[in-house]
Design a protein around this ligand. Sequence first.
Ligand SMILES: [Zn+2]
Length: 232
Amino acid sequence: MVAYVAACAVVVGSALAAQPSPVAAQVEAGAVFGLPFADPPGPDTWLLGQVYGNSTGAFARRREWYRAGQGIHFGIDFSARCGTPIVAIGDGVVLKVDASEHGSAPHNLLIAHPNGYVSLYGHLLERPLLRVGQRVRRGEVIGLTGDPDLTCTSRPHLHLEIRDRTLSRAFNAHRLIDADWDALMLIGAFGRGFQRDLDDPRKWQSVYDQPDIRFGGPLINEFKHTWPRDWN
Ligand SMILES: [Zn+2]
């Protein structure tokens, strides 16, 4: 019986992994990137702060902070004390430095990758010492973590997005970064799970099936019946 259950889990897992993302069709699929830190996770290094997707926190702020991303948290947050070195998640070329039109103040960095993706590193402590057009290698230090509130005590974290080359879409970064997300979700600040659409209660309940988004598109999580309760 144990073997049977395990076999089912493998089948479900591979079916999820093989599920193509409609907007990712033009770019390389699979976990092609690495984590943005050289050190392993832990209380003295970094922890997962908020997942990509329709987390309960993103849902609560869907009409304000995350409206531009159709109500979805369109990146992954990594909690880390200010000044923690961030590394490039893949080989690439610096596309933009401090591009405030893409949010994630006070400083951000965008790297274009040869596989068609762009990675965005946000809430950096200081302007990265990199020039547009400069080549970077996967694992190379590209910046330092900061705090959007500029205190380094309120919510220091890295906000990491993976977009398409036009920068108009953000992808579910959990599918594209090679990491043990199920284990990472067990520690750190993330513990409240995903918001439920009670008319389709199994929708978007795993990190791997969170929807890709198009910036400026309509909200996709204005659920009629939802849990936890919506107090707005
Ligand atoms: Zn974020």
